[in-house]
Design a protein around this ligand. Structure first.
Ligand SMILES: Cc1cc2nc3c(=O)[nH]c(=O)nc-3n(C[C@H](O)[C@H](O)[C@H](O)COP(=O)(O)OP(=O)(O)OC[C@H]3O[C@@H](n4cnc5c(N)ncnc54)[C@H](O)[C@@H]3O)c2cc1C
Length: 530
């Protein structure tokens, strides 16, 4: 996974690729793994960094979706529960079992949720994460010492998966590369090429760092740009109707004192009828999410004032000590690429959860679904690609394909457990250069070796890449991440061969991004920082 090598592969490629994938989020990288593992010739182009979009901004749950169960959508729950099991099997270093407790304040809640969550576990079959159980008031308080005690009767515990979304994505990029795919971040697709019959046969892209434009040809172009799906579809045909209705969700991050145990809280019905979670994540407490329709997707969305107030208010109803704005360490916003019903007759809705659409130009777009089901989405997509591009038929192999970093006992690597098998090499780096064992801030556990590793082996190009998606510093604590900036810029400049000017520009650029994650900086949509 080295960028120079990837660029070389791109420019040395003589003929058309079997497929070009536009977009390096969970959907696009999932498709790249599947197609490359089947032996197809794959190029993936990501306009920003891998995971810059929604795929680094999720609730971090690998789950069947208790909400779908309530809606009676059993096939969808079963599919997601199966994918949950497959993902834990293939990436045990990143997916872990987490206990969720539904606190009960009314007499009917224990039998109602108790039964529903029993069904949830039964539906997972051989892929179960653990049986659900009704808890007494005392047991609930023992597991959730900070829960609001007033009127509490007890709770119901069930089990689901938790992960680090951006880290999984980076390991997925490595997996795709190991399977032979060529993947590039910072290569933005700005146009498409068509053959004599008006059928799409390639893309025109710009390498962001050099500004160089290039054309790459393919038998099939896959549009996996999530919230930006329509913008890419309109590169091929500006008259197309939208297929995406974007909706944003925010999360607030607090310190661990708000949820000190190892269990998460699941609130099945907030006042706006949604599910809300408070979960322990990387030694912090993550609370979310909201669902707010927005007119247009942007790459760096901002939380809206009402969303922040809503989460603070709801968290305050369930926590003994209500969190305030001053307690918010970070706020992050993601955009759901929700697929509209649409009228197009050539829509192949292979599951009710995701949609694959082939436009008249031959552009194949895949959107919707969720992180948990990315592998299944990719399998569906590559089956369609093979038909569309008349590629030799080959079976999908990703059910049994380990994700890069796979390790059966990652806990033995302590703080570096999320790197899985890569942790040993990072430790070696720390032994060789003891200076790299120094923490980059007192508030977070990250050390210099992780920065160097990210540049050398994970295609990190900017300070933002390191502080957002190779580590999760900005998502955990915006102030601490800002303190880390000069140190990270200096280490990166040394690795990449840049000077003081690059470092200065990186610090300024990161400040701009960090404003979107910090209430302190007033960076709220409609607020002073915009
Ligand atoms: C608030 C929230 C919480 C969620 N929580 C969960 C959860 O807990 N569990 C779960 O399973 N799912 C969850 N989801 C859903 C899941 O995160 C998404 O379904 C998934 O991340 C979508 O991935 P994607 O690759 O389709 O889109 P994205 O991750 O947005 O990727 C699209 C990529 O395309 C790139 N791009 C755009 N235009 C171009 C161009 N012209 N050229 C090149 N590249 C381009 C973008 O830079 C971006 O990186 C959540 C979603 C939201 C919004």
């Amino acid at each position: 996974m080295m960028r120079a090598q990837m660029l070389h592969r791109l420019h040395a490629h003589p003929a058309a690729w079997d497929l070009i994938i536009v977009g390096g989020g969970a959907t696009g990288v999932g498709v790249a793994i599947d197609a490359a593992a089947r032996g197809y010739d794959v190029l993936l182009l990501e306009g920003s960094d891998f995971g810059k979009g929604t795929s680094s901004r999720s609730t971090k749950l690998v789950h069947g979706g208790v909400r779908y169960l309530e809606q009676g959508n059993i096939p969808l729950v079963m599919e997601a529960l199966k994918e949950r099991g497959i993902l834990r099997q293939n990436a045990p270093h990143l997916v872990s079992n987490l206990a969720f407790i539904v606190p009960n304040y009314d007499w009917w809640e224990a039998p109602f949720y108790g039964l529903g969550l029993k069904l949830y576990n039964v539906l997972s079959g051989q892929y179960g994460f653990g049986p659900s159980q009704i808890l007494s008031r005392e047991d609930t308080l023992q597991r959730l010492p900070t829960i609001n005690r007033e009127g509490l009767r007890g709770g119901v515990v069930y089990y689901d998966g938790q992960f680090d979304d951006a880290r999984l994505l980076i390991n997925m990029v490595a997996t795709a590369a190991e399977q032979g795919a060529t993947l590039l971040n910072y290569c933005r697709v700005a146009g498409v090429t068509k053959d004599a019959s008006g059928y799409i046969d390639g893309v025109i892209a710009r390498e962001v760092e050099s500004g160089d434009e290039f054309t790459a040809r393919a038998r099939v172009v896959v549009n996996a740009t999530g919230p930006f799906t329509d913008a890419v579809r309109r590169l091929a045909d500006p008259s197309l109707e939208a297929m995406i209705a974007p909706s944003q969700g925010i999360h607030l991050v607090f310190d661990r004192s708000f949820l000190p145990g190892d269990s998460a809280i699941m609130v099945p019905h907030t006042s706006d009828g949604r599910v809300m979670f408070a979960i322990p994540w990387h030694g912090h407490t993550l609370v979310g999410t909201t669902d707010t329709a927005i007119p247009e997707a942007t790459l760096e969305p901002s939380a809206q004032e009402e969303e922040i107030e809503f989460i603070l208010k709801t968290a305050g109803q369930y926590l003994h000590k209500a969190p305030s704005r001053a307690d918010v360490l970070s706020v992050f916003t993601g955009i759901r690429p929700l697929v509209t019903a649409g009228k197009a007759s050539n829509t192949a809705a292979l599951s009710r959860d995701h949609t694959i659409r082939i436009d008249a130009s031959g552009l194949l777009s895949i959107a919707g679904g969720k992180w948990t089901t990315y592998r299944h989405m990719a399998e569906d997509c590559v089956n369609q690609v093979a038909t569309l591009g008349q590629l030799p038929e080959r079976a999908c192999v990703t059910r049994q394909l380990n994700i890069h970093g796979f390790h059966p006992h990652p806990e033995k690597f302590g703080q570096l457990s999320f790197y899985g098998s890569d942790a040993a090499a990072i430790r070696e780096l720390m032994e060789k250069v003891p200076e790299l064992t120094q923490p980059l801030t007192r508030e977070l556990p990250y050390v210099g070796a992780e920065v160097v590793w990210a540049v050398r082996h994970e295609m990190a190009r900017t300070v933002e890449d390191v502080l957002c998606r190779r580590t999760r510093a900005l998502f955990l604590n915006a102030k601490a991440a800002r303190q880390m900036t000069p140190g990270v810029a200096s280490l990166m400049a040394r690795e990449l061969g840049y000077g003081a000017d690059w470092e200065r520009k990186q610090v300024v650029a990161f400040e701009q991004i960090a404003r979107h994650f910090s209430l302190e900086a007033g960076a709220v949509a409609g607020g002073s920082g915009g």
